[in-house]
Design a protein around this ligand. Structure first.
Ligand code: AMP
Ligand code: GLY
Length: 420
């Protein structure tokens, strides 16, 4: 069986490593993959956003099943295009991927169907937004409507910061057309939880919960990044909270998408905040999270391909999705300077004993040598019986990986430990 995975980051590496456990799979192609993924899949130089290239590759290589992992090809309609030529896919159609592709869409969906989220206003005009900000409660949160590489959210602690955010998004277009429309929303507080789920439009099966660490520096200081580390499960996500989320958020979201004629199949990611007034949705993603996937999939005991196919076929309710009763911690090793300026091109050395624990995000092979080629370079994951052991073990494994200019947070999992 030949599988194609679209994407080329740590998340895709985790998906590929898990798929490789299935003995029926004869070959996995990664489009484009990266230098580290090349150890576990055949990398093909087709960009994840090149929908025509992806379709042509699938056709020419008689691909049996495709996994479209990143947000942009999903929003561009990669699943629709592949389905049209008869290649079954994991991932939502374009009309469902809009749940991540447009914040205005997702906020309006939640309002219409009574799904708990921050209060908000939508603006298409900078002058109106600035006028609103004269009296809006501060702090406030400004969000670009469209995809912005996870950077389109500004938490403004003062009125001036909020106005600056409107100027830069709507007038200076720092996020391009993504910022033509904006959402200004209520600032919420409470622990954050990521819950990835499998859904076929009839059933929602939440995966084990996790906690991301988005800021670049220890103690949640520094700039927002794509994620500097994760732990799973998230101790704040108790069974009572889980039950409430299923009833008030997960099922209503699936049903709302069905009612809108936008049935969602694939991985629906719920970014939640456990506020004093109950769990609320901070964001939806139409895909696996990164680096949440690097702690969630290592804990999955069921066969990933079987579960993925069940979301495509609509048979999820008959499929077992089982997670180990263990803990995982992933520490991201980045190039110093990320998420701003950084140098790359340095040799990466990974000791053999930790190769299975490493998910490579930004690397290339040059003259047969694996070298850094990105801000987030790789993630190191450990699975242990307790959270404490998982944290210690992942940091011990980090010592077995080296490259010049490596930077990583020293406190991944600290907040989770304090919660217990
Ligand atoms: P997002 O890209 O939507 O996940 O937002 C990035 C981060 O901004 C989130 O992980 C939260 O920490 C924070 N954030 C987003 N929306 C809000 C909000 N309404 N209130 C407080 N923090 C928020
Ligand atoms: N880790 C957050 C995301 O994937 O969007």
């Amino acid at each position: 069986m030949k599988i194609m995975v679209v994407g080329g980051g740590g998340r895709e590496h985790a998906i590929i490593k898990k798929l490789n456990e299935n003995k029926e799979i004869t070959e996995i192609f990664a489009l484009p993959g990266n230098g580290g993924i090349a150890a576990d899949a055949t990398c093909v130089p087709v960009k994840a956003t090149d929908i025509e290239g992806i379709v042509n590759f699938a056709k020419e290589n008689t691909i049996d099943y495709a996994v479209v992992a990143p947000d942009d090809p999903l929003v561009l309609g990669a699943v629709d295009a592949l389905t049209e030529i008869g290649v079954p896919c994991f991932g939502p159609n374009k009309n469902a991927a809009i749940i991540e592709g447009s914040k205005v869409f997702s906020k309006n969906l939640m309002k219409k169907y009574g799904i708990p989220t921050a209060e908000y206003e939508v603006f298409t005009d900078a002058a109106e937004a600035l006028k609103y900000l004269e009296t809006a409660p501060i702090p406030t949160v400004i969000k670009a409507d469209g995809l912005a590489l996870g950077k389109g959210v500004i938490i403004a602690m003062t009125r001036d910061e909020a106005k600056d955010a409107v100027h830069s998004m709507m007038e200076d277009k720092v996020f391009g057309e993504s910022g033509s429309n904006i959402v200004i929303e209520e600032f919420l507080t409470g622990p954050e939880v990521s819950v990835l789920s499998f859904t076929d439009g009839k059933t929602v099966v939440p995966m084990i919960s996790s906690m991301d660490h988005k800021r670049a520096k220890d103690n949640d200081e520094g700039l927002n990044t794509g994620g500097m580390g994760t732990v799973a499960p998230n101790p704040y996500y108790t069974s009572e909270v889980a039950e409430k989320c299923m009833k008030e958020i997960f099922l209503p979201t699936m049903e709302a998408m069905n009612a809108e004629g936008r049935t969602f199949k694939g991985c629906l990611y719920f970014g939640l905040m456990l506020t004093p007034n109950g769990p609320k949705v901070i964001e939806y993603n139409c895909r696996f999270g990164d680096p949440e996937t690097q702690v969630v999939l290592p804990l999955l005991e069921s066969d990933l391909l079987t579960v993925m196919k069940a979301t495509t076929d609509g048979t999820l309710s008959d499929t077992e999705v089982k997670f180990a009763d263990k803990n995982a911690c992933c520490v991201i090793m980045a190039s110093d300077g990320y998420p701003q300026k950084y140098e790359s091109g340095f040799e990466i050395k990974i000791a053999d004993e930790v190769k299975d624990n490493v998910y490579v995000a930004g690397a290339k092979i040059e003259d047969g040598i694996l070298k850094t080629a990105g801000g987030r370079v790789l993630g190191v994951t450990a699975v242990e019986d307790t959270l404490e052991k998982a944290i210690d073990s992942s940091y011990a494994k980090v010592q077995k990986v080296s490259f010049d200019n490596a930077y990583y947070r020293k406190d991944i999992g600290k907040k989770a430990k304090e919660a217990k």
